[in-house]
Design a binder for this molecule. Structure first.
Ligand code: ZN
Length: 138
């Protein structure tokens, strides 16, 4: 069995954003040389997510507005976590959107369903953060 590990770095200039990382993950699959296996992609920070959905800007605004209704950033004083920091909402948003995805690799390609794309979800940006890509297979 072969294995491959890589960290993807992000420094998002805004507090929140969704970034399509499908191409970067696919590049890792090609670099690994693994034809049949699994790729795990996970956010290494507790205020960011990795998830799979449609690359459609309206949907991304819907996600953002829905998350703001569930866990509004302001007022920051509403959260017990916000003692000396202001990112409680980002922890909650990360929990809803998920930590990781696992995608099958078939014939050396990401075996995604129709319209499926892999996203990095940032909820407390403006600093360097990482995503782990781990691939195992043959
Ligand atoms: Zn925090």
């Amino acid at each position: 069995m072969k294995s491959y590990r890589k960290e993807l770095w992000f420094n998002i200039p805004t507090r929140r954003a969704f970034v399509n990382i499908t191409h970067e993950v696919d590049r890792c699959v090609k670099e690994s040389g693994i034809k049949e296996g699994l790729v795990l992609v996970n956010a290494m920070h507790i205020t960011a997510s990795v998830f799979i959905n449609d690359d459609e800007p309206g949907l991304h605004r819907d996600f953002d507005e829905w998350l703001e209704k569930l866990a509004p950033h302001e007022p920051v004083s509403q959260y017990r976590h916000n003692v000396g920091e202001d990112n409680a909402d980002a922890h909650l948003k990360r929990q809803i959107m998920g930590r990781e995805v696992v995608v099958a690799i078939t014939g050396g390609n990401l075996d995604l369903g129709p319209w499926e794309q892999i996203f990095y979800g940032e909820f407390d940006g403006r600093r360097p953060k990482r995503v782990l890509v781990k691939i195992i297979g043959e």
